[in-house]
Design a protein around this ligand. Structure first.
Ligand code: COA
Length: 193
């Protein structure tokens, strides 16, 4: 199906802290998202312990990033899904093409949520949706992923999704509070090769 900017791909409610019902939507990005996306990515990078990227983006870099992703989505090379709660972007997940043309069948998985909305099952539902879309809407056949070994939620998430670990890079990740953590490398085949 042709890619449509802003299309809602899932909508549901979760019970948040104190049993409060929270309405969640998953949707594709649109060109006008740059400012909201900048706010979201920078706030998550400030608070998340186990993300590989920590530097702050600017409106210029975010506009460029968004333009690139929208172009990939139109070509069926990969995609991004945003998480919206109460009219704000609170996370995203993506499957993006690698830079190697010998590996055009491989996509790289990524996911992040604002800390406030973690632990309610949103990440699991989002990741499942993204893998389902990768299978249906792209030509990708294998998905690769990586996470800090200390990231317990990410470890549980990848296991549940059926990712297989193929490597462990000792002390690849520097921790904010000092010291190092190993990086775990995983893959999942989503189509026959
Ligand atoms: C990693 C992340 C996407 C997971 O999404 P989430 O909505 O928090 O996770 P879910 O609530 O769907 O739970 C996923 C699994 O983690 C487990 N989990 C949740 N909170 C946990 C915690 N505090 N400690 C250990 N496991 C936990 C859940 O039990 C579930 O496993 P199960 O279904 O086998 O029981 C999210 O926590 C996040 O974005 N964290 C910050 C950024 C980050 O680390 N991104 C990942 C980079 S690879």
């Amino acid at each position: 199906m042709p890619f449509k900017q802003g299309k809602v791909v899932d909508s549901f409610s979760v019970k948040g802290k104190g049993g409060k019902k929270t309405q969640v939507i998953f949707r594709y990005p649109k060109k006008s998202d740059a400012k909201a996306c900048l706010k979201m990515v920078n706030s998550i990078r400030r608070e998340a312990e186990y993300l590989g990227k920590r530097k702050m983006e600017t409106l210029k870099s975010e506009r460029k990033w968004l333009k690139g992703r929208l172009s990939e989505m139109r070509q069926g090379k990969g995609f991004v899904v945003f998480v919206g709660i109460d009219g704000h972007l609170v996370g995203d997940s993506s499957v993006l093409p690698t830079s190697y043309d010998a590996s055009e069948h491989v996509g790289t998985f990524g996911i992040m949520l604002k800390e406030k909305f973690t632990g309610f099952g949103i990440g699991s539902r989002l990741a499942k949706k993204v893998l389902e879309l990768a299978k249906k809407e792209t030509k990708l056949k294998m998905i690769e992923s990586t996470h800090f070994s200390k990231n317990r939620r990410s470890t549980a998430l990848h296991k549940k999704l059926g990712f297989k670990q193929y490597g462990r890079f000792p002390k690849e990740c520097k921790l904010r509070q000092g010291g190092y953590d190993d990086a775990i490398y995983l893959y999942k085949q989503i189509k026959r090769l």
